[in-house]
Design a protein. Structure first.
Length: 124
């Protein structure tokens, strides 16, 4: 298997409903996002997917979140915009856009600080 990873980021505000502590208050993060795509084979150019192409697809998803108050954004109006749920949202949205049969979204990691991050992936 081959795996390819890109790193990107977005900035947004959130508050964790029901959390007893500082994170219940409105605050922001510069979230760092790492997306990994897996493939058993390479294309004619020797690549899993063009980094530029993947960055563009992820960028379109993050553009919807960037500089937003995430609690008011549709996916997070009911579920908390935790790093875990943000990772899952990006994963699911990316899966919708990856139609090439040999490509699979391997995992999405979302870091809200240098020392705290969450990963979402699906067991196969
Ligand atoms: Zn937070």
């Amino acid at each position: 298997m081959y795996k390819l990873t890109i790193k990107t980021q977005f900035s947004a505000a959130h508050q964790l409903r029901g959390y007893r502590g500082k994170c219940e208050n409105l605050h922001g993060h510069n979230w760092r996002v790492e997306v990994t795509i897996a493939s058993e084979k390479l294309d004619d150019l020797g690549m899993v997917i063009d980094f530029k192409e993947l960055k563009q697809r992820v960028g379109e998803i993050l553009e919807e979140l960037d500089h937003q108050f995430l609690n008011e954004h549709p996916p997070f109006q009911e579920v908390n915009p935790s790093s875990e749920n943000i990772a899952r949202h990006i994963f699911d949205r990316l899966c919708e856009g990856i139609t090439e049969p040999h490509l699979q979204v391997d995992q999405v990691a979302v870091w809200e600080s240098d020392t705290a991050g969450a990963v979402y992936y699906r067991k196969t």
